[in-house]
Design a binder for this molecule. Structure first.
Ligand SMILES: Cc1cc2nc3c(=O)[nH]c(=O)nc-3n(C[C@H](O)[C@H](O)[C@H](O)COP(=O)(O)OP(=O)(O)OC[C@H]3O[C@@H](n4cnc5c(N)ncnc54)[C@H](O)[C@@H]3O)c2cc1C
Length: 437
């Protein structure tokens, strides 16, 4: 079953291309809705559909691809066949639901199946969001679909968002990758190394954040699309990771990598205007960029939520079946109360994620609620999966049972897309109005 219709998606993407950015309306809102935790019929159908795929295809494959530490192409192909992997799905889930809940709902179910495979399916979305946040309408329509499907033969394609560098992850002002304009040929020349890039080097589309004016720190950055098969882009080391091992993470090396002028997202005129504004000491678009990050963080929280819920459900069933001292271990308050705390944390996370997702869509963050939701969900997933190992005892510590894998998978949510401490920094600034350092 396909969940989405292509026509609706084209409308959604062109609506984004004509003024919406990564879930945030930059112009007037066409549709606003009240916040509710009650899912509507479309959302329940979506939840059931993704859950079915997660249960039948993703969960059974989790262990195999974790052990292989390879990108699970056959599973992503299946996701593409049913319409779960594709720009149409992303456009529909992100932009055709005024509540903002569709994306977190889908992601929770997928990551309930397996976080490594979930990341392999969702990773191209980082590139699509990177394009959506600063592209012109024409660029959006050209490049976003190519993050999912080869324009010529319709085959599976991947996208990568390349921002972090070996010496600068949280500290975005420390990026060194340079972009120099070659006016004669109307080309940009990219040089540098990007680190820990999801789908790095194996992607068709790489979106690269580079420094165009080193004097301006993070305000002197611009984003570029590196089209398929561009010379000068190569994969560096592939990382051997603690968790989400089915997701490919690698360095991306740019050596005199030339891209046409039209690959500068947003266009040269807009970039020149922005740089001139910053040089005159006027405010740039930093505020808009921060709002965009806030809007995408609930989706990352939903990944962690899926992992936490998987571990909670598994632990409850195990605790009912495992006997010690002549009774099921769940009959001990210490185990039952641990499960009660785990369930409470999972519910708290979902509430925060849904509300933040709604705020992201309806444009009214007050206190960095997107960061709060992501912070809470990452910590919860790490804690709940650790408790799950405790409940399973010796078995929990072995690879025979999935909870040790889920614990390894959970930890990434305290690190990527802004570490725990960076979320705290954003929240503390929002609640205090002070520039905490
Ligand atoms: C599996 C994986 C996938 C990833 N995918 C991508 C991707 O697709 N694209 C991409 O661009 N990046 C990606 N990243 C990079 C990720 O976003 C960074 O690792 C992350 O932002 C942290 O940066 P860092 O590793 O340089 O840590 P650092 O910034 O060096 O931080 C180290 C420690 O210091 C703390 N710290 C740093 N600054 C402060 C401060 N001001 N106040 C308090 N504490 C601070 C941090 O919280 C952390 O605990 C990925 C990383 C991993 C592991």
């Amino acid at each position: 079953m396909h969940f989405v219709g292509v026509d609706r998606c084209v409308i959604a993407l062109s609506r984004v291309a004509n003024g919406w950015t990564a879930g945030l309306p930059s112009g007037n809102l066409e549709v606003m809705t009240d916040f509710s935790m009650a899912l509507n019929e479309d959302q329940l159908t979506l939840q059931k559909w993704v859950h079915g795929f997660a249960e039948d295809v993703v969960r059974p494959a989790g262990e195999e691809w974790d052990e292989k530490e390879e990108f699970p192409y056959p599973i992503v192909e299946q996701a593409k066949e049913i319409g779960l992997y594709g720009w149409e799905f992303m456009a529909e889930a992100m932009f055709n639901d005024p509540t903002g809940l569709s994306m977190p709902i889908a992601i929770e179910e997928l990551f309930w199946g397996d976080a490594g495979i979930g990341m392999a399916i969702m990773g191209s979305g980082l590139a699509a969001a990177g394009i959506a946040s600063s592209a012109t309408p024409e660029q959006m329509m050209e490049w976003v679909p190519q993050c999912y499907e080869n324009a010529d033969n319709g085959k599976l394609a991947l996208g990568a968002f390349c921002a972090s560098e070996p010496d600068a992850g949280s500290d975005v002002g420390g990026y060194r990758t340079s972009a120099v304009y070659d006016e004669k040929n109307d080309e940009w020349v990219l040089n540098g190394t990007k680190a820990w890039i999801t789908n790095g080097g194996i992607s068709d589309i790489h979106v690269v954040v580079a420094v165009v004016d080193p004097e301006l720190g993070s305000k002197g950055h611009a984003s570029f699309v590196v089209p398929p098969n561009t010379k000068g882009l190569s994969q560096g080391q592939k990382y051997k990771k603690h968790g989400i091992r089915a997701s490919h993470t690698a360095e991306v090396v740019l050596e005199d990598c030339r891209v046409p002028g039209r690959c500068l997202l947003g266009g040269k005129e807009k970039l020149d205007e922005r740089i001139a504004r910053v040089k005159r000491g006027e405010k740039g678009n930093a505020q808009a960029a921060m709002q965009t990050f806030e809007a995408t963080r609930p989706a990352v929280g939903a990944q962690a939520l899926g992992v936490a819920r998987a571990a909670l459900e598994y632990s409850i069933e195990y605790a009912k079946e495992r006997h010690a001292f002549g009774k099921p271990i769940i009959m001990n308050q210490s185990i039952a109360f641990m499960l009660a705390d785990m369930a409470t944390e999972v519910e708290a996370c979902r509430g925060m994620i849904y509300r933040a997702a709604w705020l992201g869509k309806n444009g009214s963050f007050q206190n960095a609620e997107g960061s709060m939701a992501k912070l809470k969900a990452g910590r919860t997933a790490t804690w709940v999966t650790e408790r799950a190992i405790q409940i399973l005892g010796g078995y929990g510590y072995t690879r025979e049972y999935p909870v040790e894998r889920w614990h390894r998978d959970a930890k990434i949510h305290d690190i990527f897309e802004g570490t725990e401490q960076i979320q705290q920094l954003v929240i503390s600034r929002a609640i205090s109005g002070l520039r905490i350092v």
